[in-house]
Write a protein that binds this ligand. Structure first.
Ligand code: SF4
Ligand code: SF4
Ligand code: SF4
Length: 368
């Protein structure tokens, strides 16, 4: 695989499905080459919206998306805080028409395969919940605290219970949807039980057309951009809502099918035991806050990223910002600049193909 990152190491900030893609790419270096993602900072995510559907939905309520200052998903509602101070709220059951179909088969609320997971749920206002899952994640959490980037305190038991309940709700509801889809021959491949040996056999002759049939056309694509990134022929485009093929695949290539987080996931990548654990496996869970940093998560994700860049834990980070010329349209950027990280703080609630920036040198910010 050709890597266009000049060998730089990267921290990925992403939704649980992005983190699964990074984990999968890390698991098959002999097929995909070495992954540049060295550190995975996962976010909590209940669902995501299609930017164009959301824009249209708001328009029907006489709201221009440009007039929205902040979106939040809380207490069963989508909240749009408008720039003029008004607040528009709509039950999630109604906003569901804007939800991406892939989110309805997603079983991970807290980024169970991340090094560190961060989200606002479970902690008091102004604080975030941080879950350290790996030794690398725990070390980063402890060092970020000892160097004054964040402060932490033990989680209240009631906060953990709330978080577990929400995670269990997502797993339960979406398991039903998965069953429903499987029963009408609309496969949800990533939920099939398979081991690494079987995985290699299954995917050996699968190419983009199979990816399209098994993932994109059945509403499973999470729009992560992993297929675009690994394609050695550069014949996948991912400009709009789904990846498309723009050329002819050589006979022996299957890289996009291997890398996609919504084709088969072997037990070695994602063990199904995690279905029984609402928050997945972890080493430590705390409440944390970061003084002087804005952001929906209490600024904690931003502060940890600042620490990662200051300490050179990785050379660059991938964060999702909003496009300047298309309000609330998310855009992934690869940067080593703390200011870019601060500017990108806050949840966007729409999907962005985060892996795309690893290949696109033009989208990289200048490093001074
Ligand atoms: S598939 Fe949807 S709900 Fe699941 S992590 Fe991705 S964006 Fe969030
Ligand atoms: S060449 Fe074809 S099969 Fe290979 S990664 Fe690109 S699109 Fe997929
Ligand atoms: S088809 Fe491509 S963009 Fe969609 S989930 Fe798979 S790898 Fe990601």
């Amino acid at each position: 695989m050709t890597k266009n990152t000049k060998g730089e190491s990267v921290t990925l900030v992403g939704t649980p499905c992005h983190i699964i893609a990074a984990e999968k790419m890390d698991h098959y270096p002999e097929i995909l080459g070495d992954s540049p993602v060295e550190f995975k900072l996962g976010l909590f995510c209940m669902e995501n919206f299609s930017h164009s559907y959301l824009k249209e939905f708001l328009k029907q309520e006489n709201i221009e998306i440009d007039d929205v200052n902040q979106f939040r998903v809380e207490k069963g509602h989508l909240w749009a805080h408008l720039k003029d101070g008004d607040v528009f709220k709509v039950p999630l059951s109604k906003a569901k028409v804007c939800m991406r179909k892939n989110c309805q088969v997603c079983m991970d609320y807290t980024s169970e395969l991340a090094d560190l997971s961060v989200g606002s749920v479970g902690s008091a206002p102004g604080w975030s919940t941080v879950i350290a899952r790996t030794e690398k994640g725990l070390k980063t959490l402890n060092k970020a605290e000892s160097k004054g980037y964040i402060e932490t305190k033990p989680m209240e038991q009631s906060g953990i219970v709330l978080l577990e309940n929400l995670a269990n709700k997502k797993k339960k509801e979406n398991k039903e949807e998965i069953k429903k889809r499987e029963s009408v021959a609309r496969p949800v491949l990533y939920r099939r039980y398979i081991n690494d040996t079987e995985f290699r056999e299954e995917v050996s002759s699968c190419q983009f057309n199979d990816l399209k049939a098994d993932v994109v056309d059945v509403g499973s694509c999470v729009l992560c951009g992993a297929c675009y990134y690994v394609c050695p022929e550069n014949i996948i485009s991912i400009e709009d809502r789904k990846p498309q093929l723009k050329g002819t695949c050589p006979p022996d290539c299957n890289l996009c099918y291997v890398a996609c987080p919504r084709t088969y996931l072997s037990q070695e990548v994602l063990h199904r035991d995690l279905d029984q654990k609402p928050l997945g496996d972890y080493l430590k869970i705390v409440s944390a806050r970061a003084d002087g940093v804005d952001g929906q998560d209490g600024g904690v994700a931003t502060a940890i990223l600042n620490f990662i860049l200051d300490e050179n834990t990785t050379d660059e980070v991938i964060v999702v910002d909003k496009m300047d010329d298309n309000p609330w349209k998310p855009e992934a950027i690869l940067t080593s600049q703390v200011e870019d990280v601060k500017k990108a703080a806050g949840t966007k609630y729409s999907a962005a193909p985060v892996f795309k920036v690893l290949k696109n040198e033009d989208s990289k910010k200048e490093v001074s």
